[in-house]
Design a binder for this molecule. Structure first.
Ligand SMILES: Cc1cc2nc3c(=O)[nH]c(=O)nc-3n(C[C@H](O)[C@H](O)[C@H](O)COP(=O)(O)OP(=O)(O)OC[C@H]3O[C@@H](n4cnc5c(N)ncnc54)[C@H](O)[C@@H]3O)c2cc1C
Length: 452
């Protein structure tokens, strides 16, 4: 049976959270079922917790039961095109283990801490190469989960509609204990960088998004600069067994400042933590030449781990997605908004705002690119004062611009933002949630506020 503990006191830096009455750490899926089936011993709400790195209170269990999945940590089976994994395995462990076998996920995030169970049911958009694959959950082909009543069920891609709902269910429809993900043969990726002014970027935008490859933009509104990062599979680079572990340290070191302008990279890289806007930009500019020549990497080489204490890294960025068609206009408005905000409140985000281009992806009900191609905007900060207030105004700006938020990465979200962005999809999901979990075994106050 699972280990029970009382909750150690932990003050969160930015958000007041109630402490759960219980923390449980199931070791087998039968433990998950037993916990969910006994509300008297394990008070509601029961919230599954992976690495606990989300930017919102989505995983908090109020005064209920916090179910940490870290002990479900086995990679169960490798096939040529898929891998079966327990929910508590971290993405970092999975990606590195796949690389040893010459395999990779179709999408590899830059941060390794998140667990597979969380990634399977929450919204983790990634800069994408093709339609239908713009978030990690879209790589999931099978889920085994325990329902709010403690029953185990298996859902596969054959049940398309249920799979679509589960892929962004955030632990509200069941606790996942096993996941099958699609994998592919590892391929080398060529990454290059090109810098533009905002006006140049807008003028070339159609050509930039029309060319093949996964795109990230590093936006510095106060320096009038957008650096375009393009990742294209490099067919010429032969991937041999012996070549797999030739991690290109020198390349990573040389390009890291240009490659790592996201808050995740700053927090994971000792010495960069205190970087402020100008410092990051000096580094970005200094490595621009090398970046333009391009470097070749394998996906596992760009992954890094954040500090183990999740609270240090939480609350450091927020994410909205905007229709690709008018992204240059959104970006110009964002720059104007940032400047006006600074003028009035003397606050500006001191890290580059990153952005990812997302292909259309309807694999999950709350996919940010459900309605078509989108580009995210992710204002970041290492957590200094003023950021939280900035995000409240930024949210209203983003919502007015037709932005789509996420439940796990968009800070300070309101019910109105959710209703405007998701409309009928939010109503459908809430109705389904109420039917499958009438006693609110899995629902916390965060989701009660924004969804129900
Ligand atoms: C500084 C920073 C930078 C980041 N950069 C990136 C990035 O570039 N790209 C990227 O993709 N991500 C990034 N992330 C990661 C991302 O925000 C979180 O890690 C992610 O939300 C979820 O992973 P988690 O394991 O921490 O989930 P948690 O926060 O523990 O949980 C997320 C949600 O999933 C539910 N859940 C968890 N496990 C289960 C389960 N077994 N069954 C059912 N429901 C479950 C929870 O209840 C919750 O609703 C970054 C995070 C930080 C802090």
């Amino acid at each position: 049976m699972s280990i029970k503990e009382s909750r150690p006191h932990r003050a969160d830096q930015n958000t007041v959270q109630r402490r759960p009455r219980l923390i449980v750490r199931p070791k087998r899926y039968e433990d998950v079922a037993a916990i969910l089936a006994k509300p008297k011993s394990f008070p509601s709400p029961v919230r599954a917790v992976g690495a606990d790195y989300s930017q919102t209170r989505c995983a908090t269990s109020d005064a209920g039961t916090s179910m940490h999945t870290g002990a479900l940590d086995r990679i169960l089976e490798f096939e040529s095109a898929s891998v079966r994994v327990q929910a508590g395995v971290t993405m970092g462990t999975l990606v590195r283990t796949l690389a040893e076998r010459g395999l990779e996920l179709p999408l590899t995030p830059e941060i390794g801490n998140m667990t597979v169970g969380a990634a399977a049911v929450s919204t983790l958009p990634q800069s994408s190469y093709q339609d239908g694959l713009a978030q990690i959950a879209s790589c999931v082909t099978e889920l085994r989960l325990i329902t709010p009543q403690g029953r185990q069920i298996t859902v596969t891609e054959r049940d398309r509609e249920l799979m679509r709902v589960l892929r962004s269910s955030h632990g509200l429809l069941g606790v996942v204990h096993e996941v099958v993900l699609r994998v592919q043969t590892m391929r080398a990726v060529k990454i290059d960088y090109r810098a533009y002014s905002l006006a140049e970027f807008a003028a070339r935008f159609r050509r930039i998004v029309g060319a093949p490859g996964a795109l990230r933009f590093h936006v510095a509104p106060f320096s009038d600069r957008v650096t375009v990062e393009r990742r294209v599979p490099d067919e010429e680079e032969a991937v041999t067994r012996s070549g797999i572990w030739q991690i290109r340290n020198s390349v990573m070191r040389n390009v890291l400042p240009a490659f790592g302008t996201s808050v995740g990279a700053v927090l994971a890289t000792p010495g960069l933590r205190s970087a402020v806007l100008t410092g990051v930009h000096r580094a970005l500019n200094a490595t621009q030449g090398r970046g333009e020549r391009g470097v070749v990497l394998h996906a596992h080489e760009w992954m890094r781990d954040l500090p183990a204490e999740a609270w240090k890294a939480r609350h450091t960025y927020s994410l909205w997605a905007f229709p690709q068609g008018n992204f240059p206009e959104v970006l110009a408005s964002y720059a104007a908004f940032s400047r006006a905000y600074y003028k009035q409140y003397r606050y500006r985000c001191n890290l580059v705002t990153t952005a990812s281009r997302l292909h259309r992806d309807r694999s999950a009900l709350f996919s940010p690119s459900y309605g078509g191609e989108m580009v995210t905007l992710e204002p970041s900060s290492p957590g200094e004062q003023g950021f939280e207030d900035f995000l409240i105004d930024f949210n209203d700006f983003a919502s007015a611009q037709g932005g789509v938020p996420t439940f796990n990465q968009t800070r300070a979200l309101t019910r109105e933002h959710v209703a405007k962005a998701f409309g009928e999809r939010a109503r459908l999901f809430s109705a389904l949630r109420r039917r499958t979990d009438p006693l609110n075994r899995l629902r916390n106050s965060y989701f009660a506020q924004i969804l129900d």
